[in-house]
Design a protein around this ligand. Structure first.
Ligand code: 5GP
Length: 198
C-alpha cells in the first residue's frame, strides 16, 4: 500500500536489532486518517470473507482494529496481557514471546466474547517472528472459531513470521512489507508485488 510505504519512508526510524520505530503515526501518536485508508484496503482484500469479529492484541493493535471495525461493521475483541495466570476457566489463554521486550507473557480472551460461531479477522500493527499471531490464532482455535484472515500493517519480511503464518494456510495481508532496512543509512526497502497482484 503506497500510502503506508510513503509514510514509513518519511517518518519511520530504523533502530538497532531490526526494530522499526513508527510511533509518530502508528503506535503512540496515531494518524487515524491513515488508519482509515488501511482499513479500507483490508476491507477490499477480505471482501469475500464472512467476518463477524475482529481480534487484536493490546495495546498497539487496538486503535487500528477499532477503525477497521467501522468498515467491517463488527465488534472488536482485544487479547489482554494477563497479570497473573488465570485458572478459573473463564478465559482462553496462551503464552506469547514478545519480540520487542524479549520475554514471555500470557494473553487471555474471555470465553464470553469468542466462540464457535465466530469468523475472525486478526489484525495487528507488526509481523516480525510471528509469535503474537500464533498466539492469537491458537486462542481462536481453542474457542472453536474460524480464522478468516490476518491483516498486518507492517511485516518485516526479513524475519520468519510471514512464512510461518502463511504456511498454516491463512490469508495474510500485510499492507507494507519491509524486505531490508539499514540502521546506519536509514534506507528502507519494500517488497514489490508480482505482476497481477493487487
Ligand atoms: P512477533 O510476535 O511477530 O515477533 O512480533 C509482533 C509484535 O512485536 C507486534 O505486536 C509489535 O507490537 C512488536 N514488534 C515487532 N517488531 C517490531 C518493530 O520493528 N517495531 C515495533 N514498533 N514493534 C514491533
Amino acid at each position: 500500500m503506497k500510502l503506508l510505504e510513503g509514510r514509513i519512508q518519511k517518518d519511520g526510524v530504523v533502530k538497532a536489532g531490526g526494530v522499526l520505530k513508527v510511533d509518530s503515526f502508528l503506535n503512540h501518536q496515531m494518524d487515524v486518517e491513515l488508519f482509515d485508508a488501511m482499513a479500507e484496503e483490508w476491507k477490499r482484500l477480505f471482501a469475500n470473507r464472512p467476518i463477524n469479529k475482529i481480534l487484536t492484541i493490546e495495546a498497539s493493535g487496538i486503535g487500528i482494529a477499532c477503525i477497521a471495525a467501522r468498515h467491517f461493521h463488527v465488534p472488536v475483541v482485544f487479547a489482554k496481557k494477563a497479570k497473573s495466570i488465570n485458572i478459573d476457566g473463564e478465559v482462553y489463554a496462551t503464552p506469547i514471546h514478545s519480540f520487542t521486550h524479549g520475554r514471555e507473557y500470557e494473553v487471555i480472551v474471555s470465553r464470553k466474547y469468542i466462540g464457535p460461531e465466530d469468523h475472525v479477522l486478526i489484525l495487528d500493527d507488526f509481523l516480525a517472528n510471528g509469535c503474537a499471531l500464533e498466539g492469537l490464532m491458537s486462542l481462536v482455535k481453542d474457542a472453536g472459531a474460524v480464522v478468516e484472515g490476518v491483516g498486518i500493517a507492517i511485516e518485516k519480511g526479513f524475519q520468519r513470521g510471514g512464512d510461518r503464518i502463511r504456511a498454516t494456510g491463512a490469508q495474510v495481508e500485510s499492507l507494507a512489507i519491509v524486505d531490508s532496512m539499514d540502521e546506519k543509512t536509514g534506507l528502507i526497502r519494500f517488497r514489490t508485488k508480482e505482476a497481477g497482484e493487487q
